[in-house]
Design a protein around this ligand. Structure first.
Ligand code: FAD
Length: 306
């Protein structure tokens, strides 16, 4: 980071910012893949005031920013990330019940925590997400889903902040949910999700969570760091099956390996580089296209510099 920029960052963070700030942070410590070069700055806004100060500072200084939550769906390249990484996991952790089956849920709330609360209240809707390791913010942005259910079905709308520090609201329709993606504008930071659930009982909600846990038995045996499914499932097919049929399970480049347990998982055997993972992804795309004519699209977000 250039000295001038560093000074400007320091002044801002010392004078105004209430949350934690880290400089020159290895992104591998903030991603489930355990891969990624350093981020210049990582700031953890405590609340909306902090977030507004941060984005307006970035806008005024022409610094780029990137929104990070639990880091379970991203691959950070080896030279890391310039500008400010806004880490949403230390603020926005509130759950406010507005009706018996409706809540406004902070973007930094972990899906697992939300599931515990829903189970205790006997509310159905998010059981599918009990074992997805992300946050509500990341899950809405990705339209996370499993076993035929997805965030789209439980989210009425989101509160967000734009790059100028203005607050806004997007309804379910405006979010533009699609398979593992949304039309949420780039740079918009989800702060809270308005969610609706269906009245059920704690036993029934708990039983559904256990069923889903059973279905995950195979992938739960994957112990090396990973980012979940690497590719989206093409219409009517499973990416993992196509990868398996192309004979690619177990392929390895550097310390990155296509899992022997699930073809759509790439695991970090320890010290893998983003470039190893990207080469494996290219190998998979070429081979699956060559054998089936299907082009696989990445589900994970690849960010940062080479
Ligand atoms: C073992 C494992 C299993 C998984 N299983 C599933 C599964 O079954 N189904 C599934 O869909 N996914 C699955 N995932 C992927 C991942 O957990 C989900 O996509 C999750 O919802 C991402 O949340 P996150 O907080 O980690 O987001 P991050 O990885 O931090 O971010 C993901 C994207 O969302 C953006 N983002 C994050 N927070 C915000 C915010 N507040 N506002 C605006 N943008 C934001 C980021 O910029 C990035 O583009 C799995 C991952 C792992 C490691």
């Amino acid at each position: 980071m250039a000295g001038g920029k560093s000074e400007q960052y320091s002044l801002f963070f010392i004078r105004r910012f209430k949350g934690k700030v880290l400089f020159n942070v290895p992104m591998k410590d903030y991603t489930s893949f355990k891969i990624g070069g350093p981020a210049d700055v990582m700031a953890f806004p405590k609340d909306e005031g902090d977030l507004k100060d941060l984005v307006t500072f970035a806008e005024a200084k022409h610094f780029q920013y990137y929104i990070l939550s639990a880091g379970t769906n991203i691959l950070v390249r080896d030279a890391g990330m310039r500008g400010i990484v806004i880490n949403m996991t230390e603020g926005f952790k509130d759950i406010t019940w507005t009706e018996e089956s409706k809540a406004v849920v902070g973007a930094g709330v972990r899906l697992a925590e939300l599931c515990v609360e829903c189970r205790e209240r006997g509310l159905s809707g998010v059981e599918f997400s009990a074992n997805i390791p992300g946050t509500v913010g990341g899950a809405v942005l990705m339209n996370a889903g499993a076993y035929g259910s997805e965030m789209k079905e439980v989210v009425d709308g989101v509160e967000f902040m734009d790059a100028k520090g203005r607050k806004g609201f997007l309804s379910n329709k405006e979010i533009g949910f699609k398979y593992r993606s949304t039309a949420i504008p780039k740079g918009a930071i989800i702060t809270r999700a308005h969610m609706s659930f269906v009245k059920s009982t704690p036993d029934s909600v708990g039983a559904r969570m256990n069923d889903f846990r059973e279905k995950r038995k195979a992938t739960s045996k994957i112990t090396h760091p990973n980012a979940g499914s690497i590719f989206k499932n093409p219409a009517g097919k499973f990416a993992g099956v196509l990868i398996d049929e192309a004979g690619l399970k177990g392929e390895q480049i550097g310390k990155a390996k296509i899992s022997e347990i699930h073809g759509n998982y790439i695991v970090n055997l320890g010290g893998a580089k983003a470039k190893d993972v990207l080469q494996l992804m290219a190998l998979v795309r070429d081979n699956v296209y060559g054998t089936t004519g299907v082009t696989l699209e990445p589900e994970i977000k690849v960010v940062g510099e080479d």
